[in-house]
Design a protein around this ligand. Structure first.
Ligand code: SF4
Length: 202
């Protein structure tokens, strides 16, 4: 049993924060334990909470298109995880998703940091404000951070928009999506990989 599996088994039983009281499933993260590329979001949404898998709702579909049709990886090639492993919802009533609060991030983030330590990706992509701020220890917003390389320890980090932001701001062919794609072109260049398609990937 590898240490990623041990960590997952620990997370599946975790009650370290209040989110355990409303979760259906713990969403540990999934993908290649030796992935070169790791995507990090903020927390599971409704579909993810029900299935136990990260990024499988509408935003996940967009991310998967980006990874598979445009970048030319399969989801199994990369690793996808969130800061919190249980779904944060408004008032814990399962009505609406929200970003994890400080207490939840403090309780859950050791799982993510251990995942990074074990996987040792060559590049990390942070998706949206919460994961970018957490990984890069900054208060800067994603609009000013995206598209610029930073580092977590010695690992290059490319912040970009969360796919749900793309969906809220025009979706396919929107300016936000083009900006996200230009960020991913930088990631591919860093990994020495050619894109599968250019600009549009619908
Ligand atoms: S969100 Fe993280 S810390 Fe909180 S109960 Fe779930 S696994 Fe544990």
């Amino acid at each position: 049993m590898n240490s990623l599996q041990n960590l997952k088994e620990e997370a599946l039983l975790c009650k370290k924060c209040k989110l355990h009281t409303t979760r259906n499933q713990v969403v540990f993260g999934e993908g290649n334990p030796n992935a070169q590329l790791m995507f990090i979001g903020e927390g599971p949404g409704r579909q993810e909470d029900l299935s136990g898998r990260p990024f499988i709702g509408k935003a996940g579909e967009l991310l998967t298109r980006l990874i598979e049709r445009a970048m030319g990886f399969s989801r199994e090639d990369v690793y996808i995880a969130n800061i919190t492993k249980c779904r944060p919802t408004v008032d814990l009533k399962f009505e609406k998703d929200r970003a994890p609060d400080k207490e939840e991030v403090e309780a859950c983030s050791p799982y993510l940091l251990n995942q990074i330590e074990i996987i040792q990706p060559k590049v990390i992509v942070t998706l949206g404000n919460p994961s970018t701020r957490f990984i890069l220890n900054t208060n800067e917003g994603i609009t000013s951070m995206r598209g610029k390389w930073s580092k977590y320890k010695e690992i290059p980090v490319m912040p970009t928009y969360h796919p749900s932001y793309i969906l809220r701001n025009g979706g396919d062919s929107s300016n936000a999506q083009k900006q996200m794609w230009s960020d991913m072109l930088q990631v591919l260049e860093k990994l020495g990989k050619n894109p599968k398609v250019n600009i549009k990937w619908k």
